[in-house]
Design a binder for this molecule. Structure first.
Ligand SMILES: Cc1cc2nc3c(=O)[nH]c(=O)nc-3n(C[C@H](O)[C@H](O)[C@H](O)COP(=O)(O)O)c2cc1C
Ligand code: SF4
Ligand code: SF4
Length: 449
């Protein structure tokens, strides 16, 4: 079985699966249950001066029957006395010395940072995570994302903490910024030992239209919250990848955002994460999801012949390029399996209205709409396909005109019915950057033609 253990900036963890700083890491009792379930580490709910929370605090976007595809919260940092949290950190580390406990911290002045760091480290924390990401409430008080949005402040406060810290310092970044690389480089300039991202995305989850009040409703009003859960995974993956391929980012990354299962975790690791952190999926399904994550990732590594999770780290990064480096000659087309097609016509509508007008039903020749199409009328294949289920309602694809956009495959309700197949393209292998170098960037039909 593949070795799942990792070394994150000197912090050794039995596996890459950590709980993110959030309600699942509110208390020592919870974290010990999580460790028993299999989590390798936990980032404690952010510590600082205790705060007051409001009721209610969460809102969500469902997708069909899938609940909480996106979660929004207006909760602040820990509302428990610092001393209580610290005693529990001590207790957890005493009972689980091989598991990782990171203390997430947030405070204001340099002296506050000094004292908070000393107290967290004296309690036994293996490392510190600076919360420069919370986009609600705390940022109005000059903390959280108001720091994470200002590279100069990131560098300055990180370097304060490095003066005091004896354990590794992770900087948790906010996605509410124009350029995540700038923020990551600022943390490295402040001598951060690692980066965690993403924290939540500034958002409004909805409106109670009967009361005309923003959600989640706190009496007669609300405020913007932080968005997370499966909906944010693509945004988080882009930000992790942007940092992983940035030459100036020389420290390990803890990937966070919408991770719910082993596949999500494997994707974040392939994009350069050393550990992954999970919040929403645990709030939804409980600590035990880690059992499947451990099993799934182990099996995947075994199947790929990888002896350790470290071999997966960054494996997909070299494939993440600038648009200008993509192969303009590469071509795929859609193919429909007439045996499984149910004749629903969803692909026909999607391609006709939302793509390139090249899927048709019926066996007559089709005239093309008068625009970009290069080839003559669309000719149905001969012999005309008659589907097992759809009969003559199985659509056909005019391959020379298919631009290989994937839309029909994405909307088709029958898994595997539409496949995208590589074909010889009409263009040579070249990139836009090649054309730019040769001065061939002007195409016919431009502004001055
Ligand atoms: C209710 C709630 C409270 C959170 N509190 C904190 C916090 O105290 N400190 C922190 O750094 N992040 C906090 N987060 C952000 C999470 O740690 C995590 O970065 C974010 O939820 C994205 O991960 P996910 O998509 O797995 O939920 C909180 C998230 C939620 C939903
Ligand atoms: S891949 Fe795009 S262009 Fe081709 S048939 Fe499907 S929807 Fe139409
Ligand atoms: S290919 Fe898929 S989307 Fe198109 S008609 Fe058949 S089942 Fe429906």
């Amino acid at each position: 079985m593949a070795d799942l253990s990792i070394d994150f900036a000197g912090i050794k963890s039995p596996n890459p699966f950590w709980l993110a700083s959030a309600p699942p890491t509110n208390t020592g009792e919870q974290i010990m249950r999580a460790f028993d379930a299999g989590w390798g580490g936990a980032v404690w709910k952010t510590l600082g001066d205790p705060i007051m929370n409001v009721s209610s605090r969460f809102g969500a976007v469902d997708l069909g029957t899938y609940k909480m595809m996106g979660l929004n919260n207006i909760e602040l940092i820990s509302d428990r006395p610092l001393e209580v949290n610290l005693k529990e950190i001590y207790e957890v580390k005493k009972r689980y010395p091989k598991h990782v406990v990171i203390a997430s911290l947030m405070t204001e002045t340099k002296d506050d940072w000094r004292v908070l760091i000393k107290r967290a480290e004296d309690a036994g924390a293996d490392g510190l995570e600076l919360n420069f990401g919370c986009p609600h409430g705390m940022c109005e008080r000059g903390m959280g994302s108001s720091v994470g949005q200002e590279p100069k402040l990131i560098t300055e406060i990180t370097s304060w903490t490095k003066e005091f810290a004896r354990t590794p310092v992770l900087v948790k970044l906010t996605p509410n910024t124009g350029d995540i690389s700038e923020a990551g480089l600022a943390a490295v300039a402040g001598r951060a030992d690692g980066l965690s991202l993403i924290n939540t995305i500034k958002s409004i989850i909805g409106i109670d239209l009967d009361r005309m009040v923003v959600l989640p409703r706190v009496g007669d009003g609300s405020t913007n919250g932080g968005y997370c859960g499966p909906a944010v995974k693509p945004i988080a993956m882009h930000m992790v990848a942007a940092l992983a391929r940035e030459a100036g980012i020389t420290v390990p990354i803890s990937g966070i955002g919408g991770i719910s299962n082993w596949r999500d975790a494997a994707e974040f690791i392939a994009l350069g994460s050393t550990s992954v952190q999970v919040c929403t999926a645990v709030m939804h399904h409980g600590y035990r999801i880690v059992e499947d994550m451990i099993e799934g990732l182990s099996e995947f590594l075994d199947q790929r012949g990888m002896k350790s999770v470290n071999e997966l780290r960054g494996a997909a990064i070299q494939s993440y390029k600038e648009w200008g480096e993509l192969d303009l000659g590469y071509k795929i087309v859609a193919r429909i399996d007439d045996q499984t097609c149910i004749g629903c016509q969803v692909c026909v509508t999607a391609c006709n209205d939302g793509a390139h007008q090249c899927i048709f039903t019926g066996d007559e020749e089709k005239q093309r709409p008068p625009h970009a199409h290069a080839h003559g009328p669309a000719k149905p294949p001969r012999p005309f396909p008659v589907g097992l289920i759809a009969g003559a309602r199985v659509p056909w694809i005019d391959e020379p005109e298919c631009v290989g956009c994937n839309l029909c495959q994405l909307v088709c309700p029958v898994p595997g019915c539409i496949s995208m197949v590589e074909v010889a393209g009409e263009n040579p292998h070249e990139t836009w950057n090649d054309r730019t170098r040769d001065g061939r960037t002007k195409l016919p039909g431009g502004i001055h033609d």
